[in-house]
Write a protein that binds this ligand. Structure first.
Ligand SMILES: [Zn+2]
Length: 107
């Protein structure tokens, strides 16, 4: 399975919110709350001490049909074809700007 990446700050924020909830919800049974608080703090420390991975955000685009072929929606450069499964098809990535051609517009 390929590695998957998440936002470190989201995980840190979530752990801190959980710890805060334990402080608020278990003041009457603090033995139980303290145990849960400490478990979450162990996970938080693990996440905070991880080295960041060398990951770049993925840019998304799509091929737009033109009069004589197609062009990348993101950079406007001409589409490139290749043979995939014995058929000429557009490249799954733009060779000019590196966008992943999955139709997205969030890149
Ligand atoms: Zn492009």
């Amino acid at each position: 399975m390929a590695d998957e990446y998440i936002c470190k700050q989201d995980a840190v924020d979530y752990c801190k919110a959980l710890m805060n909830a334990e402080l608020v919800q278990h003041t009457d049974d603090w033995g139980y709350g303290k145990e849960r608080y400490n478990q979450t703090e162990v996970i938080l420390n693990f996440i905070e001490n991880r080295q960041p991975a060398d990951v770049a955000p993925v840019a998304h685009s799509r091929w737009i049909k033109t009069a004589d072929g197609a062009e990348c929606e993101k950079c406007g450069r001409e589409a490139v074809y290749q043979i995939i499964d014995d058929h000429w098809q557009y490249e799954p990535f733009c060779p000019h700007c590196g966008a992943k051609m999955d139709g997205g517009k969030n890149g």
